[in-house]
Design a protein around this ligand. Structure first.
Ligand code: SF4
Length: 357
């Protein structure tokens, strides 16, 4: 099986990990949480290991006779060797005793990722995104509510020194302020940049004034403004807060961001498997690519504890079809993950689109 095909299978079906020693990922969090980072072939995948459907996956991880080596198996067939990134920095604590792993985590093979503000203004309202688990990791005590810029600068510096981290992803819950959390992202990014010089990615909702994006100009290298779905009915059903923002506002925010950060430095998550058509994803991605924005297409990740925990991700065959179609569109528009400087697109653990380019 080709690496890209295996990645799609694992992203959609998950893998059974039945022994200690492999990090299955943290429960809850923003983005496609509750997964383990798998390194195989020339790629990396954030693989579901805790959702209900994982027990039905044909894929499992087993230890090879040689100590410390793991393999992915399908039924009894050995597919390929797999490695799990280990981050030494995650074992440290700040001077005031906070474990580094409550402040930031290694994502993919070399990305430091954190949610700067772990609360979201929509969380306790009917408007919250049903696929999200941002406050669950906070409730369980696995993280802290607001990370200070100096804490993140300290962690990032050690992650660079000890684990050769190459870039940083900062996301945030949406705040009640008109900047939607952008000011705290900018302050945090500046502190990390000053300490490490690493390229930084920041994710946020379209702010009330698009000029608020400008504040990130000298602080970050790439941004993510996530529409999640181009099907407005789906958005109304699963992410009312996003449905409240007209598509045109997203378009203006993407355009402004491309002007500031450049082609291929702006991205949007597009989630497949929430009831939309293939056409909606493919044509939406075409529009993004024509704007110079990278459509970061991911299969739905039903995170345990989230409102969508009992849903099923789309089939690997459907995802392969979408990835093949959109990879062609990216090629025609000169958009590629390889041009992106930092964040989810550069990390690529959660989407197989880069692997299909
Ligand atoms: S693609 Fe983004 S959310 Fe996924 S593992 Fe990488 S940095 Fe984290």
């Amino acid at each position: 099986m080709e690496t890209k095909d295996l990645k799609v299978e694992l992203l959609c079906l998950g893998a059974q990990v039945s022994f200690a020693g492999v990090n299955k990922g943290r429960k809850g969090g923003a983005g496609p949480a509750a997964g383990g980072m798998f390194l195989f072939g020339n790629t990396v995948a954030n693989v579901p290991t805790q959702s209900w459907f994982v027990s039905m996956s044909p894929y499992s991880i087993e230890v090879e006779k040689e100590e410390g080596k793991y393999v992915i198996k399908s039924a009894d067939e050995r597919i390929t060797q797999v490695r799990f990134p280990h981050a030494k920095f995650q074992e440290l604590r700040t001077e005031d005793g906070i474990p580094y792993n409550k402040i930031a985590l290694l994502h993919g093979s070399n990305c430091l990722a954190t949610t700067t503000i772990q609360t979201c203004v929509y969380w306790n309202t009917p408007k919250r995104c049903k696929f999200c688990a941002i406050e669950l990791s906070l409730k369980s005590g696995a993280t802290i509510a607001k990370k200070k810029p100096e804490q993140l600068a300290e962690v990032a510096l050690m992650a660079k020194k000890l684990d050769h981290v190459k870039h940083v992803t900062l996301t945030t819950g949406t705040t009640s302020t008109p900047d939607k959390g952008i000011n705290h992202l900018a302050e945090t990014a500046r502190a990390i940049k000053e300490a490490t010089g690493l390229p930084i990615h920041a994710q946020f909702e379209p702010p009330e004034e698009f000029s608020m994006i400008d504040v990130l100009y000298d602080a970050v290298d790439t941004v993510g403004i996530h529409v999640e779905s181009f099907d407005r009915e789906v958005l109304e059903e699963v992410a009312l807060c996003k449905a409240d923002i007209p598509l045109q506002e997203y378009i203006e925010a993407w355009k402004r961001s491309v002007e500031i950060f450049g082609d291929c430095q702006v991205s949007s998550y597009v989630i497949a498997g929430m009831g939309e058509s293939d056409e909606s994803i493919i044509e939406g991605s075409r529009m993004l690519a024509e704007l110079g924005v990278y459509p970061f297409i991911v299969p739905l990740r039903p995170i345990p504890g989230s409102d969508m925990e009992n849903e099923k991700p789309p089939s690997p065959d459907r995802m392969r079809y979408i990835y093949e179609e959109v990879a062609g569109i990216l090629h025609d528009n000169g958009v590629s993950w390889s041009k992106n400087k930092a964040g989810c697109v550069r990390c690529r653990a959660c989407s197989a689109l880069p692997d299909f380019e």
